[in-house]
Design a protein. Structure first.
Length: 159
């Protein structure tokens, strides 16, 4: 019995100098202030800002009804060849990040990443890029118009 008590005291003294979770002093009972744990990532939150530029011109817009909403398709004309990763990005979003209408208008921006190296202009037909997105009936609630915006113009369609 004496050996167990002595071994326990020696073990407690050895562990008390450690910064491990086995150290009773690290359990929060003996320190005056509780540790402030955070759910935030240690390296911060990722920057989700879309830095793609607007496509120069929106040349056409079509809105095709489906059973659960509409498919919005736009054709854009960038200044040179080589644009890629084109998307229609909502200008207004809800708290959850879903597209939303504001003041009766569902605004979409036509964005694409430019070429990584300088490219020739080429013919307008060779520069066309297409982007499409699905908008549900819930996302379109209250929207009377759908507007796709480019850098120099915009196209609109009534619902």
């Amino acid at each position: 019995m004496k050996f167990q008590i002595v071994a326990g005291v020696v073990l407690m003294m050895a562990l008390s100098s450690c910064g491990t979770r086995f150290n009773p002093a690290n359990w929060g009972w003996f320190s005056g202030e509780p540790k402030q744990e955070s759910l935030a990532p240690s390296d911060g939150y990722a920057d989700k800002t879309d830095r793609r530029p607007l496509v120069d011109q929106v040349t056409s817009l079509s809105v095709a009804p489906t059973s659960g909403g509409v498919i919005v398709t736009a054709v854009g004309l960038p200044p040179t060849q080589g644009y890629w990763e084109a998307d229609l990005v909502s200008t207004y979003t809800t708290v959850t990040g879903k597209p939303a209408a504001k003041d009766g208008v569902m605004g979409l921006e036509f964005k694409a990443i430019g070429p990584l190296s300088p490219r020739q202009a080429g013919t307008p037909r060779s520069r066309d890029i297409v982007a499409a997105t699905f908008l549900s009936n819930q996302e379109l609630a209250g929207a009377q118009r759908i507007v796709v915006v480019g850098a120099r113009n915009e196209r609109a369609s009534r619902r």
